[in-house]
Design a protein around this ligand. Structure first.
Ligand SMILES: Cc1cc2nc3c(=O)[nH]c(=O)nc-3n(C[C@H](O)[C@H](O)[C@H](O)COP(=O)(O)OP(=O)(O)OC[C@H]3O[C@@H](n4cnc5c(N)ncnc54)[C@H](O)[C@@H]3O)c2cc1C
Length: 554
């Protein structure tokens, strides 16, 4: 195994605009190709320009700031407005709408930038001593309120910004594992691994900004999950700083040494501890990448084909299927997907990555199955177009918000036998709440032998209060997921937004187990208060922020 030192990456790279997604250089107005469609569907309305809202004064006293400086050094406790603004909340549409409305009530009092595990342990010790709430901050791409911790009852709230922790700590090319620091963004981690001909293969749509620690803390799933696995399936080891001390987890590829404690940390969203290093399984960089399109007569027929492949052990690296609406909207020229009736069909993307021989063999086997099931091969154009534009959609969301259109996404998962009921239930709930003029799109992008995820994109004409409008729709859709017996989230995590539904999903006993773990690892409750862990029933009824989000909470 080779130990490596931290690379000389600049520790602050391009920051996102506080109320927009992504690289500011890539932001722009609605492209002409989409403008006509959007105007036809919703009308165009100029929304007020994006101001830089004022940040509330930092509430931390000099003594508390001194305690934090003692942990990380003088230069790494920042209280200036812009740094605090940039560490406020994540990038869900409600986050963007709140920021556009000038609401910075969740701004941290300070941004603390530790250089490593020991400094994080020291920050946590100071936070426990002075009762300061600590919000771990990776890439800031959270979409379920995981960065909007509760601050009442605390002397202050700090963002624990992991931006200085960007090292590739070790590589074991015999076992094919790599140990990475949590603050590495997706492209940074891939660049470091690429120097050794390795890849992680984890490409969520937030890849440009999301970090290794964030992937683990939210159980992220990437677009190539069928081939490389979800992020939690890639993790073999974790190092975690908790207020009670250090956890080092994962000493063997598999173990029968009791319940797997790594699973307690994966998805714990900073509520149990701060992930300070992640050991992941890595693969050789693929020499060949091929993406193709297929057309199916219906969403159900395409989904059945996905199930057949999954259950035959024949999944490509990428496999995704758009429903009829998404197929028609996402293809700029719907007729290109085959024939005149193409807009009525459903587009599937299949992608293969690996050694050329293995890619060819898998592609042949998958092609035979899909053709046998009635799929129409469309060749590489649709597949390459998807691969080329795969990170572009979030930029379009900003451009649509700019012209008064509400756009947001949500996701869930269920077993194959329940897919249709879940799909219909969520779609109906969204349409009933947002009205017939709303457009609801769906795709399947993560499949398993036993089931799949459903990812919904919703667009509607923005109401006078678009935030309240969306929260009502989201609550209705979340209720529909529960009514269908599905999960409240397949990969976006729980945060604060899904927390009101978590107990329904895991039961009161399950919620009480989470509270017990929290009480043990974080007895003073300084870590991400109000995120993930459901309140005890007697507290839940007395606290407004743990009830269902409705207009009163906006
Ligand atoms: C446009 C867009 C597209 C997205 N696409 C996908 C997608 O395809 N797949 C997917 O899975 N998700 C997706 N997401 C959601 C989001 O990117 C993921 O949840 C991601 O894993 C979060 O990583 P992050 O580094 O940005 O974490 P952050 O947003 O910084 O934090 C997320 C949560 O984890 C906690 N946390 C962060 N780092 C640590 C750490 N080191 N230790 C402990 N806790 C920590 C935070 O406190 C917070 O609760 C998308 C989001 C956006 C905005």
């Amino acid at each position: 195994m080779s130990q490596t030192t931290s690379p000389s990456l600049p520790f602050v790279q391009s920051e996102m605009h506080p109320s927009r997604w992504g690289d500011p250089a890539l932001a722009g107005p609605l492209p002409d190709s989409a403008r006509g469609l959007v105007e036809l569907a919703f009308g165009l309305e100029d929304t007020p320009g994006l101001a830089e809202p004022a940040v509330p004064e930092s509430g931390l006293s000099d003594d508390l700031l001194a305690a934090l400086r003692g942990a990380v050094g003088d230069g790494y406790v920042l209280t200036d407005d812009q740094t605090r603004r940039l560490r406020t909340r994540g990038k869900s549409t409600p986050d963007l709408l709140r920021m556009r409305a000038g609401d910075l009530s969740d701004a941290p009092d300070a941004v603390v930038r530790p250089a490593g595990h020991d400094e994080i342990a020291a920050v946590l010790a100071a936070a426990v001593e002075h009762r300061i709430a600590v919000v771990p901050f990776g890439g800031g791409t959270a979409v379920t309120g995981g960065l909007a911790a509760r601050r009442e009852g605390y002397a202050g709230l700090v963002s624990l910004d992991l931006v200085r922790m960007k090292g590739l700590l070790a590589v074991d090319e015999v076992s094919m594992t790599a140990t990475l620091e949590p603050g590495l963004r997706g492209p940074e981690a891939e660049a470091l691994l690429a120097e050794r001909g390795l890849t992680l293969g984890h490409y969520p749509q937030s890849f440009e900004y999301a970090t290794i620690g964030g992937f683990a803390a939210t159980r992220s799933s990437g677009q190539s999950s069928a081939g490389y696995g979800r992020f939690d399936a890639l993790v073999v080891g974790l190092r975690v700083a908790t207020p009670r001390g250090e956890l080092r987890l994962g000493s063997a590829p598999a173990t029968a040494a009791g319940p797997d404690l790594r699973q307690l940390i994966l998805g714990s969203e900073g509520a149990f501890g701060v992930i300070t290093a992640v050991t992941v399984r890595v693969r050789r960089m693929p020499a060949a990448k091929v993406y193709e399109g297929w057309r199916w007569p219906s969403f159900a027929a395409g989904a059945d084909a996905m199930r057949t492949l999954a259950q035959a052990g024949l999944l490509p690296t990428v496999i995704r299927l758009s429903d009829e609406n998404e197929t028609a909207i996402n293809l700029a020229r719907p007729d290109d997907i085959g024939d005149e009736d193409a807009a009525a069909g459903c587009l599937m993307i299949t992608g293969y990555e690996g050694e050329p021989g293995a890619v060819a063999a898998k592609k042949d086997a998958v092609t035979a199955v899909l053709e046998g099931l009635g799929g129409t091969p469309l060749g590489s154009e649709a597949g390459e177009a998807w691969a080329h534009g795969r990170f572009g959609a979030p930029y379009l969301r900003d451009a649509m918000l700019d012209v008064g259109v509400l756009v947001e996404t949500m996701e869930t998962a269920t077993f194959w036998s329940n897919r249709e009921a879940l799909y219909t239930g969520v779609k109906d709930a969204l349409t009933a709440e947002l009205g017939d003029g709303a457009i609801v799109l769906c795709h399947i992008s993560h499949v398993y032998e036993t089931g799949c995820s459903l990812y919904f994109t919703v667009a509607a004409k923005g109401a006078d209060d678009p935030l309240a409008q969306w929260l009502r729709a989201k609550a209705a859709a979340s209720d529909a997921m529960m009514a269908a017996g599905a999960t409240i989230t397949h990969h976006h995590a729980v945060g604060t937004d899904h927390r009101p539904w978590l107990t329904q999903e895991i039961g009161e006993l399950g919620a009480s187990v989470l509270r017990a773990v929290k009480a043990d690892l974080d007895p003073t409750g300084i870590l991400n208060p109000g995120v993930l862990i459901p309140d005890a029933p007697q507290l839940a009824s007395s606290r407004p922020d743990s009830s269902r989000p409705d207009v009163a909470d906006v």
